[in-house]
Ligand binder design. Sequence first.
Ligand code: PLP
Ligand code: CA
Length: 300
Amino acid sequence: MAPQLLSSRNFKSLFDSVDTFLFDCDGVIWKGEKLIDGVAQTLDLIRSKGKNVVFVTNNSVKSRRQYAEKFRSLGVPSVTQDEIFSSSFAAAMYLKVNNFHKDKKVYVIGGEGILEELQIAGFTGLGGPEDGEKRAQWKSNSLFEHDKSVGAVVVGLDPNINYYKLQYGTLCVRENPGCLFIATNRDAVGHMTDLQEWPGAGCMVAAMCGSTEREPIVVGKPSTFMMDFLLQKFGTETSRMCMVGDRLDTDILFGQNAGCKTLLVLTGVTSESNLLKEGNEIEPDYYTSTVSDMMKLMES
Ligand code: PLP
Ligand code: CA
C-alpha cells in the first residue's frame, strides 16, 4: 500500500497502537552536529504520554556513552545511555551473545566507539584510530606480521582507513577461516555535517569484501540483530513499536523486517518525490515532513 501522509486522524490510531518509538538519529534527530527543530519538545511530549523512546543509529563512530554526551551537548539531556542502541554496541553484543572467547582479540577498522563498547563488554580490541599512522611496507625478506589470536575483525566507518589496516584485517580473515568478519553497517554515505554527504562505512566494508572474498555479518540496520535487545529491554511486541527514520533501505527496512510500524520523515536523505515515485520496493506505512509534526498532531 502506498505510504500515507500523517494526518491528525491516522496519527491518533498509530499513536494509540504503539508503546515504543524507535528513532533513527541522523536525518531524524540531528543532521551532523545540528539538532533538528522541535526534537527536544517532541520527545518530552511523547514520554509524557507514557511511551518509550529509543534511539537506533548505524553510525559506529561513537559509543553509547558518547552519544548520550552528544544528546546533552545538543540540548536534549533527558536521553540516557540505556535508550541508545548504536551499531558500535551491536558489534560488541554480537560477540557476546555468540560466546566469543575472551582470550581472542578483535581487530577494529573503525572508530573509538567500537573499541569502547568492546572494552565494556570485556573484549580486547586492537587497531582502531591508533593504526592510522602505520604504513604497510612489503619487503622481500620479511613478512607483514599480525596477531594470530585475532578471532574477529569489526569494520565500521574509519576516516583514517589505509593500506596497513586493510592488510592487517585481510590477513586475519584470510588466514583463519574461523575468524568472524563483522560490519557495523553498510550505509553508502553519512552526514559528518549538515552541509553534505560523505562516504559511509559501506565503502570500508566493500574494500574488505574485495580482499577477503567473504561477506560480513552486518549487525546494524536493516539487520534485526539489535531487535532482541530492544525487546528484552522494553518487553513490547514489535507490532507495538514504530520505527521513525529517514532512509528506506536501512531504517524503514529494519522496521519492516522486525514487524514494526514505520514512519518516514523528510528531513534526511529521502525526498518526497523519491518516496512517492513508482516502483519503490521499500515503502513506509506513513510519512511526514519532520519529527516535530508528531508534537503538532498530539496537540491538535
Ligand atoms: N554512518 C555514518 C558514518 C554516518 O555519518 C551516519 C550519519 O551521519 C550514519 C552512518 C547513519 O546514521 P543513522 O543511522 O543515525 O542515520
Ligand atoms: Ca538516518
